[in-house]
Design a protein around this ligand. Sequence first.
Ligand code: CP
Length: 316
Amino acid sequence: MNDLKWTRKDLLGLRDLSKEEIALILETAKSFQEISLRPVKKVPALRGKTVANLFFEPSTRTRISFELAEKRLSADSLHVTASTSSMVKGETLKDTARNIESLKVDVVVMRHPSSGAPHRLADQLKASVINAGDGINEHPTQALIDMFTILEKKEKIKGVKVTFVGDILHSRVARSNIWGLTKLGAEVTVCGPRTLLPPHVERLGVQVTTDLKEAVKSADVINLLRIQLERQKESFFPSIREYATAYQINRDILKNAKGDVLIMHPGPVNRGIEITSEVVDGPSSVILDQVTNGLAVRMAVLYLLSGSAHEGEKEE
Ligand code: CP
């Protein structure tokens, strides 16, 4: 067991974290996993703490997972979305933050379309800030979920071959996973059309290929990324149909993969584009396990950042 104590105010990305800090979050998540199996799925660990969820970009999984994690930990929660906040009336992020601060909020969970927005908020607030996805920069809790799921299914991360397929260029999930997985000793490959691979991505310690068959062959885990059309200001390939022909994960391409390969996807899934329905719902898919594990991981992150771990409040 890691004897490290959590000392950071914020969780903004896995780029910043040491491998010991990542391991501490994963170990803490493991200890929270069984709470969801109890008849009464609630502990008083964050009783008296207030969490503000600021979602300035659409989200299903991350938003409901944080909301449920807060309920399970007995925190008081506030929920603000872009369309219901005064930012539509021209209020700045800084003023929004100052108003939140005045309500004595302990933790702010923030999703924002601009890379770096949670970092700016963290500089201005005494409250802890958790990055729930910022632009194309990072999505640290999703990567922690992905690592937790690999650890659960493969019983290790070091030496595991993880291949990301799809729109690596616009993917904050890929970026956070690359930082986290390489720190924990996984062997990471990225695969996609050349135009969707970030320039010099190999400098992050990953293998790079445009050949899907080759990428699939040696993988223990294939983590699929959707084409993020909302972040693309120009066309990166001729058509969705051509993309799917070359890079879709389907039953045929999986004939080249290991028998025990895990299929992962952070969601939302675009069935029939990056992955077929038969693979989403097939025996190798752990996509819904990722969603289940999201709860334990987000409970762990909220617990560590709220300072409750130091206050000895994780009561039975
Ligand atoms: N994985 C993920 O971030 O999904 P949402 O956009 O639905 O939160």
